[in-house]
Every structure is written in C-alpha cells, then in structure tokens.
Design a protein around this ligand. Structure first.
Ligand code: FAD
Length: 257
C-alpha cells in the first residue's frame, strides 16, 4: 500500500440520485496535471477496491475533489455513495491521463467535449491559468440526459467568472455550452449531431472545426467518443498521445463491461 495515501472526507454533495461530489484532504505529495486521473477507493474485506477517477479540483487546490456516478450494485460506488465527513478514502498517488495541455499542439480555440461524469477532468482544466494563456477561446460542452444532470453549471457560470485570480480571463474566454438529450432544453441533442449539423458553431457564432486553429479534448461515453473521433479524423485532425501532441485527445469517462 506504499503508493496509497489515506485521505479524509471533508464534504459530500449529492446532486441527483445518480451523481455526487466528494471533497477530500490532499496529501502534499499528491501531484497531478489538470485533466489527469487517479485510482481512488475504499478498503473492502481488508483489501483496497480502487477505480479510476478524474480530478475535479485544480492542481493548486489544497483539497481533492471528485465527481462520482452511483452505479446500481457497482462494487465501489454502491459503497462510496454512503461515505460521510470523517471517513477514510484510499487515493493512489500515481496520476496519469491523456487529457493534458501538453498532448495538444498550439492552437487558437480549445473545445472540451464531455458527457456525464466526463465533465470532471474539464473542471480541473478550466481552473488552470495555463489554458487561458495558451488559447484565445475555451468552449466547454456538457451533454446529459436531463437538465438536473448539468451539475457544476452554477460553478461554471457564476463562481468561476467571479474568481479573484481567473475571473477576467474566464469572462473573456470561457464559453459554456450545455446540451440535454431527453428533456426540452434550449440546446437539445447529442454533441456529435450538433457538431455535424453545424448547429454548435452557429450557436457559438464561430467557424466549424478546423485543424489549423482548433484543438479538442473529448471525455465521455464510448459511443460519443468514437463518433466524435471519427468526425475529427474525417476533418484531418490528428490524435495526440503521451509525448506526441496532436489536434485532439480522448479519454474514456468509464470502462464498459
Ligand atoms: C480513465 C477513467 C476515468 C474515470 N473517471 C471517473 C470519474 O471522474 N467519475 C466517475 O464517476 N467515474 C469515473 N470513471 C469510472 C470509474 O472508474 C468506475 O467505473 C465507477 O466509479 C463505477 O465503479 P463501480 O465499482 O461502482 O462499478 P464498475 O464495475 O466500475 O462499473 C459498472 C458499470 O457501470 C457503468 N459506469 C461506470 N462508471 C460510469 C460513469 N462514470 N458514468 C456512466 N456509467 C458508468 C459502466 O457501464 C460499467 O461497466 C472513470 C473511468 C476511467 C477508465
């Protein structure tokens, strides 16, 4: 268990019956780049039960924050959803992930495309001053089934633009584009359809995806990711990996079984 630290739950917030946020203490030795993930979990029957979780908190925050799904009968989340302040969470100090700025070539506009808990890594990224230094505009899209799943919308629309250090840059550069698939909403539909139809760009008042200027990070359900990656490849976007920066990068928000 040498790489695993024991952190204490500071706060929990239950957004809906299937989504909650966990705030934990942070070991000063825990280091990460915005957009990365770590393995976190609980001790079950004397053994660590760990799952991948993207950091929602900023790399400079003194606490750790995670956004979690509640999977019915999920080995970890059926337990994790019941933790309370003071409880212990296991956090592996080894962090990794492809959704980092270093895996992207320089560009003008950065698109952060998410579905469901795929929003998590992008919450860390939009708190990173480096993103506003490198890009003229940052577009964060979040697609969910229902409006109640659009968690963190207040943080994005109200708290972050008011932030003492980042507020000016956020107000000038960050655009939030939520979409909903199963309820009436001002922007309705899957992000892949909205991009292919041109609606996304018409709504934003910008030219369509262009590998010369646009960079894209994708995190969400496997179907959205595959379809969006195919679309970007058709447009001539190159996939970025560790050590080989490209026009777009992808990370699954969960593994399908
Ligand atoms: C790179 C990576 C980053 C991840 N980051 C997060 C995160 O920030 N927040 C988070 O809640 N989960 C995240 N996950 C998923 C997470 O690792 C677990 O799968 C999840 O916590 C459920 O654990 P479980 O043991 O209860 O169920 P599991 O046995 O792990 O999952 C059971 C099934 O539930 C579904 N499922 C799992 N996670 C999700 C999800 N997030 N959204 C929708 N369906 C899901 C899948 O169909 C899966 O097969 C991430 C996964 C990967 C690979």
């Amino acid at each position: 268990m040498s790489n695993i630290s024991q952190e204490t739950v500071l706060e929990t917030h239950h957004w809906t019956e299937s989504l909650f946020t966990l705030k934990l203490t942070r070991d000063p030795a825990f280091r990460f780049d915005s957009g990365q993930f770590a393995m976190i979990g609980l001790k079950v029957d004397g053994k660590p039960l760990m799952r991948a979780y993207s950091m929602v908190s900023a790399a400079y925050d003194d606490h750790l924050e995670f956004l979690s799904i509640k999977v019915p009968n999920g080995p970890l989340t059926s337990r994790l959803q019941h933790v309370r302040p003071g409880d212990t969470i296991l956090v592996n100090r080894k962090t990794t992930g492809t959704l980092t700025l270093d895996n992207l070539l320089p560009g003008k506009r950065l698109y952060l495309l998410s579905t469901g808990t795929g929003l998590a890594p992008f919450l860390s990224i939009i708190k990173d001053p480096a993103v506003y230094e490198r890009f003229e505009r940052v577009v964060l899209t979040h697609t969910c089934r229902r409006t109640s799943d659009l968690v963190y919308d207040r943080f994005i629309l109200e708290d972050l633009p008011d932030n003492e250090f980042l507020g000016d840059e956020v107000r000038r550069k960050l655009v939030y584009y939520p979409t909903v698939t199963r309820e009436p909403f001002r922007t309705q539909g899957r992000i892949t359809d909205l991009a292919r139809s041109g609606q996304l760009f018409a709504d934003l008042g910008v030219t369509p995806f262009d590998p010369r200027t646009d960079r894209v990070m994708i995190c969400g359900n496997p179907t959205m990711m595959t379809e969006m990656a195919e679309y970007l490849a058709e447009l001539g976007f190159a996939h970025g990996h560790h050590g080989v920066p490209g026009h777009y990068v992808i990370e699954k928000a969960f593994a399908e079984k």
